[in-house]
Design a protein. Structure first.
Length: 286
């Protein structure tokens, strides 16, 4: 196996760890131009590395489980810093005891998402002097991730614009607690799967369009899922083709978020959508 490392930019053959993990993270020297126009934050690859190091051997079922993993390292590291302002009852208690995994039906996951968006907005406003996050272009995929990075840098350093980050954390959690009315994660995070050419032109029973679909994916978890804007249009970034295999054999399991036919009017055009959403796989042998 060969992989580039961020520290040296050199290749490594058969790394001592026994595995290679990647999750669209940047592996180049941070002081040099990036060959990718967009790279993910390191929390996803860190989670993958943790899971791969947690066992000596891994099965096909393990790998399928990892592809569905929604544990948030960011939430796990941040929520303990909020304990001073979280009530010991109701949704505050639920957030304290939350297992840090996104579920579409989860109340604490919904509160966390609202907190994160509020926190990012407050950090950006403090740094730039204006609430750029709420402006139309603030939801574009590149601007949003730039704003997210500002928030992550603040959490890591404990400071924003030379001041302690605690007042921003306190104001953010207090704001979302005050307005919380029972929303679950799927109320905030849902998407549509629409045909790019015929979207909205055919009745629902044709299967041309699908949704709304509440999701348990997130920008910071292995089961990646982001709902943004790009040139004024909704832009989603989700897992697409899932594939797992045991290289010692000739079998693999896979699933597409649609179907095996490109014929819009075929009865198998959208056959695999439900299985994809339910994390079911097809098994193939070579």
């Amino acid at each position: 196996a060969v992989v580039s490392t961020q520290s040296t930019g050199m290749r490594i053959i058969n790394p001592p760890s026994g595995f290679i993990a990647t999750a669209n993270n940047r592996i180049q020297d941070p002081n040099k131009p990036c060959v990718s126009s967009f790279s993910a934050f390191s929390n996803r690859v860190n989670r993958a590395t943790y899971l791969l190091q947690s066992k000596a051997t891994h099965s096909i079922e393990d790998m399928k489980h990892y592809q569905a993993d929604t544990f948030s390292i960011i939430a796990n590291n941040t929520i303990p810093r909020l304990h001073s302002w979280l009530p010991n009852h109701g949704i505050g208690k639920e957030l304290r005891e939350w297992d840090r995994r996104f579920l579409a039906s989860s109340r604490p996951a919904g509160l966390w998402f609202d907190f994160w968006e509020e926190f990012v907005k407050n950090v950006v406003t403090k740094l730039l002097g204006k609430d750029y996050v709420s402006m139309p272009y603030g939801r574009s995929v590149f601007n949003k991730y730039m704003f997210y990075n500002m928030a992550l840098v603040g959490l890591k350093s404990g400071q924003v614009d030379g001041n302690a980050i605690e007042p921003i954390l306190e104001a953010s959690i207090n704001n979302v607690l005050a307005r919380y009315e029972g929303a679950v994660y799927g109320d905030y995070r849902y998407f549509f799967m629409n045909n790019m050419i015929f979207a909205g032109l055919f009745p629902a029973f044709t299967g041309m369009d699908f949704g709304p679909v509440p999701t348990n994916a997130g920008f910071e978890v292995l089961k990646v899922g982001s709902i943004d804007e790009y040139h004024g249009m909704v832009c989603t970034f989700f897992q697409t083709w899932r594939f797992v295999t045991d290289m010692s054999g000739n079998m693999f399991e896979t699933i597409l978020p649609g179907g095996p036919s490109g014929n819009y009017f075929s009865n198998i055009y959208a056959r695999e959508i439900t299985d994809f959403l339910d994390h079911k796989y097809k098994k193939w042998e070579l």
